[in-house]
Design a protein around this ligand. Structure first.
Ligand SMILES: Cc1ncc(COP(=O)(O)O)c(C=O)c1O
Length: 405
């Protein structure tokens, strides 16, 4: 059977990670893989999670199955955290939540649900977007299309072009939006732009599918959900894929949720039954351990405030590196070209340089980032920021003269 099976190209992020591991240079800098790093380069287990883990393990008496929908208390806490306790859909009983294996699980179940409800739907994804979106949504059989979002060379949003493209989308289509900390660009919509976009989606009968993977990494837990809340309050339907990989540091535990807002409670019940069936047919049940930890943190006021403090520490560390790197880049290039890094949000930004410059950074200077020049600011450290800036300046210098060591 497998004789016919051709070998696939390696996943570009995993391939980059392997090359980084094999690079013996003491100067090497990993700006590739999308995980948070503290000042010692570690991706820490949060203190609130360590404490929650002790309590959860002490109280656990069984490992029997939970349910295809996951933990009920986790699901209701997530709905409040994401939508806010006063949200009209919660008040009216129009929202349903499914605990999923990470944000990826939520995106995949959301795609299957869309296909079950409207098989001919096209999902519009931003150009550029996170590398796994097309695979997660496309593998359900839905058609994909792109809308313009960001000009990496000019370092700015293409909001008008985005609106123009979506204005021409057929009614009933789905629009995938990054709720905050856009990956890979770090460029988010302002609240006014969310409002304008909401008006267009309403007018064109388009449904938003919001990907919330970095709540708390941009502004704070509330601010990062503001655009999402605005759309899901003003439009009749919305899908929301939530991930706790980054903001609770639970990556490998696979903790996420799919929230679906519908027009009325009876549609919400129909959605719930489909979500359960989809989950049963893909992975049956989500892993429990990470969701039990998250639920403990959400429910215990002391753990919850510890979490918001730890989240703020992660956020400030990234913000500080944005400021430091852009200051060094200003000094190294003698231009304000990279000042945009300071105003962007979350872990990622695109340098906007060529693939050749990215390859030079890797091969000559041992600085690793994705081929589209996405870099993870959490890989920048106070001790390597000047080196990274000088190398970037050398490979992007307009004269082409490459001079720095
Ligand atoms: C934009 C975006 N969406 C969703 C995810 C899902 O992450 P996970 O499945 O690890 O929770 C990620 C993770 O990198 C992401 O960057």
């Amino acid at each position: 059977m497998f004789q016919q099976l051709a070998r696939l190209k390696e996943d570009s992020i995993l391939g980059l990670m392997a090359r980084f591991r094999e690079d013996p240079s003491p100067d090497k800098v990993d700006l590739g893989v999308g995980v948070f790093r503290d000042l010692s380069g570690n991706t820490p287990v949060l203190d609130c999670i360590r404490r929650a883990e002790r309590a959860v393990l002490a109280a656990q008496t069984t490992k029997t199955y939970v349910a295809a929908a996951g933990r009920a208390e986790f699901n209701s806490q997530v709905a409040e955290l994401v939508l806010g306790p006063e949200h009209a859909a919660l008040r009216d009983g129009r929202a349903r939540v499914l605990q999923t294996p990470g944000g990826c699980g939520a995106l995949r179940v959301g795609a299957e649900l869309t296909r079950a409800a409207a098989p001919g739907t096209t999902v519009h994804i931003s150009s550029p977007t996170w590398g796994n979106h097309a695979a997660l949504l496309g593998s359900s059989g839905l058609r994909l299309a792109e809308y313009p979002y960001y000009d990496a060379t000019a370092h700015r949003l293409r909001f008008d072009a985005m609106l123009e493209r979506l204005d021409a989308a057929p009614a009933g289509d789905v629009v995938l939006l990054h709720a905050c900390c856009h990956n890979p660009t770090g460029a988010d919509l302002s609240l006014d732009q969310w409002r304008t976009l909401g008006g267009l989606l309403a007018k064109r009968h388009l449904t938003p599918f919001l990907d919330l993977a970095y709540q708390g990494f941009g502004e704070d837990l509330e601010g990062d959900a503001a655009g999402l809340r605005l759309l899901s309050e003003t439009l009749p339907e919305a899908l929301i894929a939530v991930s706790f990989s980054k903001n609770l540091g639970l990556y490998r535990e696979r903790v996420g949720a799919l929230i679906v807002v519908t027009e009325n409670p009876s549609q919400a019940e129909a959605v719930r039954t489909h979500m359960l069936q989809i989950a049963r047919s893909i992975y049956s049940m989500p892993p429990d351990h990470g969701a039990a930890l998250a639920a403990q943190v959400f429910a215990d006021p002391e753990l919850r405030s510890e979490w918001t403090r730890e989240l703020a520490t992660m956020r400030r560390r990234i913000e500080a590196m944005r400021v430091l790197l852009s200051q060094h880049l200003r000094a190294a290039t003698g231009t304000p070209e990279f000042d945009f890094l300071e105003g962007q949000r979350g872990m990622f930004s695109q340098l906007g340089c060529s693939a050749e410059a990215v390859a030079l950074l890797r091969e000559r200077h041992h600085i690793y980032m994705l081929g589209d020049s996405r870099m993870n600011l959490a890989g920048v450290m106070p001790q390597n920021a000047a080196y990274v800036a000088e190398c970037i300046a050398s490979v992007t210098r307009k004269s082409g003269a490459e001079s720095v060591t």
